[in-house]
Write a protein that binds this ligand. Structure first.
Ligand code: 13P
Ligand code: SF4
Length: 336
């Protein structure tokens, strides 16, 4: 019965990772994924924005920096990347000898999409005396045009590693860029990109929620817009937010980032209350639709059939690797 189902599934899984068949619901996907990990010497890396079931079966859950570090150092034969495309691509760039698979090849990123390499190349040409600092949420094409990559955990440290008078272009997130300008006193030229999830929070609704929960701390990811960040008691990457809730003495938090992180917050501090910051409309728009393309079923199938696989042009990979390695070196020196 199971073999039949798998054969049926195989016919419907292609390099795009499309899954248009129902798997046998009696199949224990958690056990199957564990079996496949051992059988294939695979490591499962998951971002905090993945659905709880995927987080629970992962070998490592982290933010973009932690995931890149894990991908670089793994000795597994196959990296199964439960995240979005630019994250899996970064894993391949850093560790090309490994097979890198992703549950859904179409799990993209609105922020990455907001910065097409041909347009950015022209923008860069208009600022010839600037260095380019790019947020890791971009394509390999943008990375190859950059001097150094940053994540939300290390952006401040990396920008500060440049002399004060160094002219800098920051791409693609204007919100993170504006926040880093503010905390470093720099005046970086910002590419006009943003994340569709972090731009959706309603200042008005957050204010109302804070009034109703006067003891709750408001914590936010730096991809949020400046008026939202101004209200925050703490600003940090997903790992930063999680650690804050573990060490801070408060018992209630309003959390302005993608809702997936709440799973780890609740697991780490079950006695505390976590309230997702409300979006401007009533749908669950602070769920990233790209991250949430990955499902446990697709994860299982991508491990079983080892596709969709991240494949890259070698010249592009080598060019994109240099600024990522520079980021990892500066981060290691800073103890990040
Ligand atoms: P971090 O993982 O660096 O917190 O970034 C969040 C994000 O938006 C990833 O897409
Ligand atoms: Fe991209 Fe935003 Fe989704 Fe992160 S949350 S993957 S930045 S669209």
């Amino acid at each position: 019965m199971q073999t039949e189902t798998l054969e049926n599934a195989k016919a419907h899984v292609d390099q795009n990772g499309f899954l248009d068949v129902e798997l046998d619901p009696t199949l224990d996907l958690f056990a199957e994924i564990e079996r496949l990990k051992k059988q294939k010497n695979a490591v499962l890396l998951a971002h905090y924005y993945q659905e709880p079931d995927i987080q629970d079966v992962a070998d490592y859950i982290g933010d973009s920096l932690g995931l890149a570090q894990q991908a670089q150092k793994t000795s597994a034969d196959m990296i199964v990347f439960a995240g979005v495309h630019f994250m899996a691509e970064t894993a391949k760039i850093l560790n090309p000898g490994k097979k890198v698979v992703i549950p859904d090849l179409k799990a993209g990123c609105s922020l990455s999409d907001s910065c097409p390499p041909p347009l950015f190349k022209k923008f860069k040409e208009q600022h010839p005396d600037h260095v380019v600092v790019s947020y890791i949420n971009c394509s390999a094409g943008i990375k190859a045009l950059s001097d150094v990559i940053v994540t939300s955990s290390n952006a401040k440290v990396i920008v500060e590693s440049f002399p004060k008078d160094q002219k800098i272009i920051f791409a693609p997130d204007k919100n993170l860029g504006a926040y880093i300008n503010k905390v470093t006193g720099r005046n970086m030229v910002l590419w006009n990109g943003a994340c569709m999830v972090h731009e959706i929070f309603s200042l008005e609704k957050i204010t109302r929620l804070k009034t109703r929960h006067p003891n709750a701390k408001f914590i936010a990811h730096p991809e949020c817009e400046e008026p939202v960040l101004r209200m925050a008691d703490y600003i940090g990457s997903t790992t930063g937010l999680l650690k804050f809730t573990q060490t801070d003495p408060s018992t209630e938090y309003i959390v302005a980032t993608e809702t997936g992180i709440l799973h780890q917050m609740m697991k780490a501090s079950p006695q505390k209350t976590f309230i997702p910051a409300p979006p401007t409309n009533s749908c669950a728009c602070n769920d990233c639709p790209h991250m949430k393309r990955n499902t446990l079923e697709k994860l299982y199938l991508c491990m079983e059939y080892e596709m969709p696989e991240i494949l890259m042009d070698e010249e592009l990979r080598v060019a994109a690797k240099k600024p990522i390695e520079r980021m990892l070196e500066i981060s290691a020196k800073a103890g990040l």
